[in-house]
Design a protein around this ligand. Structure first.
Ligand SMILES: [Zn+2]
Length: 327
């Protein structure tokens, strides 16, 4: 066999082998980022906007060695902890309500998937009539607008607690903010600006509801001055949207006294976390969180002084009323 023939034979073999391996090309994409849960007559849809990687050093109030050991116990050993941006739709049958809007175009290539996932879930942004913000940090407000700072939700009225709006949106707040925090104020102001200009940004005070009879809002100040939880109830079932009362699954349930560097007042934030966790344990209600692993829906249980997150299990939208019991 001469050299050319040998090379041709080798090439043919290589093509046959690679041809056989290419019969089922890898897809390289993830399942659409939505998850559905029925709460009474209400349909709740979790939407994945993206993620960022947070350093464990942001967790405070415990030695880094202990924090890293708690992370390792959950096989989280990377320098950055993947932290989801979850937002949620509630379809009451009469209103289509979005709770938080994700990080939009504010966090580079790893966020801004909210609208695509909303569409994959069967909804269009213009169908949203109400947006409830748990607070005005960029990973909750930036998704309100596109890269040109135009409103993405053209028919929606946006609600936030008055204490939250006063803190972030006061024009003088930007000038007074420390240099390192100015970007947060600017993004909060820019993201809400088109809604403010259109008269579709509204606030409510403690004890008031943005949608009386539909949602209960509770001020849980600490993470930010106007951090708010929202509770919906239908047919004796409830779901509480607790926003940023928790950031880390591996550490802050077992040790709710561990705070995060983004807290404006960490002592208050710790109290709010413990109070809302305890209430969720007692009421056995569904709970959602903006930064727990997607879909960020579950229950909270307690073991002694420690809390535990019990994530929702994937399954049909509504379980069959009667299923045969396998014994
Ligand atoms: Zn957040």
């Amino acid at each position: 066999m001469n050299g050319i023939l040998k090379a041709a034979t080798a090439l043919t073999c290589a093509l046959v082998i690679s041809g056989a391996m290419a019969q089922a090309p890898q897809q390289g994409t993830q399942a659409p980022g939505y998850f559905r849960l029925a709460v009474g007559d209400y349909e709740v849809t979790a939407l994945f906007d993206g993620y960022n990687d947070l350093s464990p050093k942001l967790l405070q109030g415990m030695s880094q060695a202990r924090i890293r050991a708690l992370l390792a116990r959950r096989s989280i050993e990377t320098p950055g902890v993947q932290t989801a941006f979850n937002a949620f739709l509630v379809n009451t049958g009469k209103q289509l309500i979005l709770v938080d809007s994700g990080a939009g175009q504010c966090i580079g290539a790893t966020a801004g998937q909210l609208v695509a996932n909303m569409q994959a879930a069967g909804y269009q942004p213009e169908q949203v009539d109400t947006i409830l913000l748990t607070h005005l940090h960029l990973d909750h407000v930036c998704g309100l607008v596109d890269a040109q700072k135009q409103a993405l939700f053209t028919n929606a009225t946006v609600y936030a607690a008055k204490a939250e709006a006063d803190y972030w949106l006061d024009p003088s707040a930007l000038a007074k903010a420390p240099a390192g925090a100015r970007a947060f104020f600017k993004i909060a102001q820019d993201s809400t600006a088109p809604y403010v200009a259109a008269g579709r940004f509204k606030t409510f005070t403690a004890g008031q509801s943005p949608l009386p009879g539909i949602v209960e809002a509770t001020l849980e100040a600490g993470h930010t001055p106007g951090s708010t939880t929202y509770r919906f109830t239908s047919q004796n079932q409830s779901i509480v949207f607790m926003g940023d009362l928790v950031h880390n699954l591996a550490v802050q349930f077992e040790h709710p006294q561990v705070s995060i560097g983004f807290d404006v007042n960490s002592a208050q934030a710790i109290n709010a976390r413990q109070a809302v966790f305890s209430a969720a344990v007692a009421s056995k209600t569904w709970v959602t969180a903006a930064h727990l692993p997607f879909p960020g829906i579950g229950h909270i249980t307690a073991q002694g002084k420690h809390f535990q997150w019990v994530p929702v299990e994937y399954g049909p939208y509504k379980r069959a009323a009667k299923v045969p019991l396998i014994e």
